[in-house]
Design a protein around this ligand. Structure first.
Ligand code: SF4
Length: 387
């Protein structure tokens, strides 16, 4: 093995994760945005040093897959040349920031992201690996359902607030004091015991009874939540879906030729900035009602060594039978890498067949056990409770 640190969770570029197809190297775009040159550069690096596949994650990051130990170092050098490498693994890990893709030039969004990045690099406390931040400062909240522990949002009157995830109300802040308010919340979380051996999350901490101090609490109601976005044209550009959250390098390279920049989202979709028509491409989802949008599946077999089944083949076969407003998650094991939260239907592969969980996550209690993939394809009504 190389001298790089290899961890079993939360991969970065400097601290990659070992998966069934090699090292997974995560790239965190600054402010959730890639210049076209950066996107093309990532596509080239994935082809040269990985197996050519790139994940689009629910944290709005990209992951270059199938990297060997020997290729990791030159890949890092390539990322550094693109301005996409942090100075050290700790700074990289803290830069866990989701940014709404629905911003306009002149909005506060980009500068808020930039200032928060610098504040976290300079003085953030030691936070759990999955602890994250959301900058969701549009008139409507786009990221309300996305995982984040501290949120910068707007209230009903359009003023900035900082809100702890799990708290109904947020604290009103002036433009210049936003990062300080975020850091104060993060420090309270750690000091009040929320970090719990490096695994705690804000909403669970508050649900367990932790009381925010008066100075951090606030009484501002956050703005309304916007409907979940779908592939299609938006005032900010063309939103394209990525089936199973994974692209061949050629598809990312193609998108890089369509616009000056790409904005990453937590919905396994990419906003092609400023584009006024949907891009073509066999590997892209461009129709809002494409059945592939209804299913989530992790890498599965044979791509992941921990998988008990070929998740994507089953998800693709079942997708046309899933109602448009229902989400099916097919996971190759209980780890749930592709989706940590609940879904209407979750299938978890085990050595004895699939467990079926309704309205829960991969760790939920199964309603049915030992289902065969072939049987589900033959009789998909079982998924919805039929016989
Ligand atoms: S959830 Fe899927 S990708 Fe993650 S370890 Fe299990 S089989 Fe592998």
């Amino acid at each position: 093995m190389s001298a790089v640190a290899v961890n079993g969770w939360c991969p970065g570029a400097l601290r990659p994760m070992l998966s069934g197809d090699g090292l997974v190297v995560r790239v965190r775009p600054h402010g959730g945005r890639l210049e076209a040159g950066q996107a093309a550069g990532i596509a080239l690096l994935a082809a040269r040093y990985g197996n050519g596949l790139i994940d689009v994650t629910s944290r709005a990051n990209l992951q270059i897959r199938g990297v060997t130990d020997e290729a990791h170092r030159p890949l890092l050098e390539g990322l550094a040349q693109l301005g996409l490498l942090d100075s050290d693994p700790e700074t990289e890990a803290r830069r866990n920031i989701l940014v709404t893709p629905f911003w306009n030039v002149g909005d506060d969004t980009c500068s808020l992201a930039d200032e928060l990045e610098r504040a976290l690099a300079d003085s953030a406390p030691d936070l759990p690996a999955k602890f994250g931040f959301a900058i969701d400062d549009g008139k409507e909240r786009a990221l309300a359902a996305a995982s984040a522990d501290i949120r910068i949002e707007r209230d009903r009157a359009g003023e900035l607030i900082v809100r702890a995830d799990g708290a109904k109300l947020g604290r009103s802040v002036r433009r210049g004091e936003t990062e300080r308010a975020v850091l104060a919340l993060a420090e309270w979380f750690v000091a009040s015991g929320g970090a719990k051996g490096g695994r705690g999350r804000m909403a669970a901490h508050i649900a367990a009874g932790a009381k925010l101090p008066e100075a951090l609490r606030g009484d501002a109601e956050p703005a309304a939540v916007m409907a979940t976005p779908h592939p299609g044209l938006y005032p900010h550009g063309a939103m394209v879906g990525v089936a199973f959250g994974q692209l061949p390098h050629s598809a990312l390279d193609h998108l890089a030729t369509c616009a000056s920049a790409l904005r990453m989202t937590p919905w396994r979709m990419i906003l092609v900035e400023g584009m006024r028509e949907m891009p073509d491409g066999a590997d892209l989802i461009t129709e809002a009602d494409d059945p592939a949008q209804r299913v989530i599946a992790c890498s599965g077999a044979p791509r992941c060594g921990g998988a008990h089944a070929d998740t994507r083949a089953l998800a693709a076969a079942l997708a046309p039978h899933i109602a448009p407003d229902v989400r099916l998650h097919v996971s190759g094991c209980a780890k749930g890498c592709a989706h940590s939260g609940p879904a209407a239907i979750t299938l978890v592969a085990t050595p004895d067949g699939f467990d079926l969980v309704r309205g829960g996550s991969t760790r939920g209690t199964p309603a049915l056990r030992g289902l065969s993939g072939a049987g589900l394809i033959k009789n998909p009504s079982v998924l919805m409770g039929g016989r």
